[in-house]
Design a protein around this ligand. Structure first.
Ligand code: 5AD
Ligand code: SF4
Length: 458
């Protein structure tokens, strides 16, 4: 952590002394944003703020925004409007940060239409939050701290994690792929990897604190670049798996174009690595994939998936799919459905193409009408739902190792956990399980979005 910022933490803490101030963070978007919010929370706690969920009762509210798809904007404006009302009658500091603030048009709009926002920060300036809060609460300044750079890495920020047994660890920042629909490379900067030792040090510490699961995060984890000893993502996976105490290792997201044989071997050779791999497809049509700048064809994706199935027993794939990319014809969309029929995806995150200003695809004139995009989305959803039932049936009668996540939210007499393939399993209470226990469970019923199981005698 920067020394300069540590001084501001002390100053803000002093100013907040015995005031019992509260903060809340609303995080939009992906796991990387969630991880950034955990770091923001870490800094705020050191400044003497306590977390609450209700932002209406907070003294400091942070919105950590996402701009991958358009619908997040409306949601943000709605939330800002709510805070504006509260601001009329109570002292509340509003800070807006994250990806959306790196977009010039959004930044201009916030500054012009919402001048009461106290702090605006971007993806490259999270670490300056102590200083920015100091300026807002002591000097009463309106702060704008957004810079447009390739990006740096700041180690050692304090962190307050959302879970006590599952932790996310960012291994790399930014993206160099420039998929033609995607805004991320413009708002998160160039690809940069953390030093392997820093990552391993963080995970060892997590294991010492009792964490059982880690998820390695990056926009494109398998282009991770390490050092002389731990050179690439495969090496990193092997090292992470050697850490005692960590029982499950997961990662999001890999790009199919650089899913190397070494990474496949690392998964096969390490039982700790989750057997559910997220392998974003985006489209099943080779021409559309080329226009998306994905750098693989339909056949290459299918070959990779089949190779992974062969080499990794028990593998389950999940994916992301975009429907209605500019110029996509019915025939081309059929190729996407064809891949979904061929591969038994456990989970599909389906997205309707959303035009993002500044991206290559946004400039195309052959945008697909909304009704056709929705029609395709529904077609894909129907196909997938029919396949879930088919997939679930394969689990019935099998015995699975279930990692306990806690009592079920819906029925306190049952526990909720997940298979190594990430399927939710509800277990009738047998013992008093602790979060993080691994229990042998026989799967007895299929409920589409979850399975029901009976704990086996141990
Ligand atoms: N429109 C729709 N979906 C998008 N994604 C990224 N950009 C867009 C966009 N412009 C989806 C991709 C990516 C996921 C995180 O979000 O499927 O994998
Ligand atoms: Fe966006 Fe493509 Fe980078 Fe993923 S790999 S963040 S979809 S540009």
């Amino acid at each position: 952590m920067l020394e300069e910022q540590e001084k501001y933490i002390v100053k803000v803490k002093e100013k907040n002394k015995s005031k019992n101030l509260k903060y809340s963070i609303l995080t939009m978007g992906c796991e990387l944003n969630e991880n950034d919010s955990e770091k923001i929370a870490g800094m705020l706690e050191e400044m003497g703020y306590t977390k609450i969920d209700d932002y209406k009762k907070s003294d400091l509210v942070i919105f950590n925004t996402c701009c991958v798809r358009e619908n997040a904007e409306e949601r943000l404006f709605g939330k800002i409007g709510e805070i504006k009302k509260i601001k009329e009658s109570q002292d509340i500091i509003l800070a807006i940060g994250g990806c959306m603030m790196q977009e010039k048009n959004m930044l201009d709009k916030i500054k012009k239409s919402y001048p009461f926002v106290d702090i605006i920060f971007g993806t490259h300036t999270i670490q300056n939050l102590p200083e920015n809060i100091y300026k807002a609460i002591v000097k009463n300044e309106k702060v704008k701290d957004v810079i447009d750079i390739d990006g740096e890495i700041f180690e050692g920020l304090p962190i307050k994690r959302n879970s006590k047994f599952k932790a996310s660890v960012t291994i790399m920042y930014g993206c160099d792929n420039f998929c033609s629909y995607c805004i991320v490379p413009y708002v998160r900067g160039r690809e940069r990897s953390r030093k392997p030792e820093k990552i391993l040090e963080e995970i060892r510490k997590l294991a010492d604190e009792g964490y059982k699961e880690v998820t390695l995060l990056g926009q494109n984890v398998n282009s991770y670049k390490g050092d002389e000893k731990i050179k690439n993502f495969a090496d990193l996976l092997n090292e992470v798996c050697k850490i005692d105490g960590i029982k499950k290792v997961d990662f999001i997201s890999p790009h199919p174009k650089d899913f190397s044989d070494e990474v496949i071997d690392a998964i096969r050779n390490n039982e700790k690595i989750s057997r559910i791999i997220h392998l974003p497809l985006q489209s099943g049509n080779t021409k559309v994939l080329k226009e998306m700048n994905r750098k693989y064809t339909k056949e290459q994706y299918l070959n990779l998936a089949n190779k992974m199935y062969e080499r990794i027993p028990g593998l389950v794939l999940s994916t992301d799919i975009i429907v209605g990319f500019p110029g996509e014809t019915d025939q081309e969309f059929e190729d996407t459905l064809d891949v979904v029929r061929k591969i038994n995806f456990e989970q599909i995150f389906m997205f309707i193409y959303s035009k993002r200003e500044g991206t290559v695809a946004s400039k195309r004139e052959d945008q697909i009408p909304e009704d056709i995009k929705h029609e395709r989305f529904n077609k894909l959803k129907e196909l997938f739902e029919a396949k879930i039932d088919e997939n679930n049936k394969k689990y019935i009668g099998t015995v699975q190792n279930i990692l306990i996540e806690g009592p079920s939210k819906y029925n306190e007499n049952t526990y909720e956990g997940r298979t190594s393939t990430n399927k939710v399993v509800i277990i009738e209470q047998k013992d008093n399980y602790k979060i993080g226990d691994v229990v042998k469970v026989k799967i007895i019923e299929n409920h589409k979005w979850y399975l029901k199981g009976e704990a086996m005698c141990s």
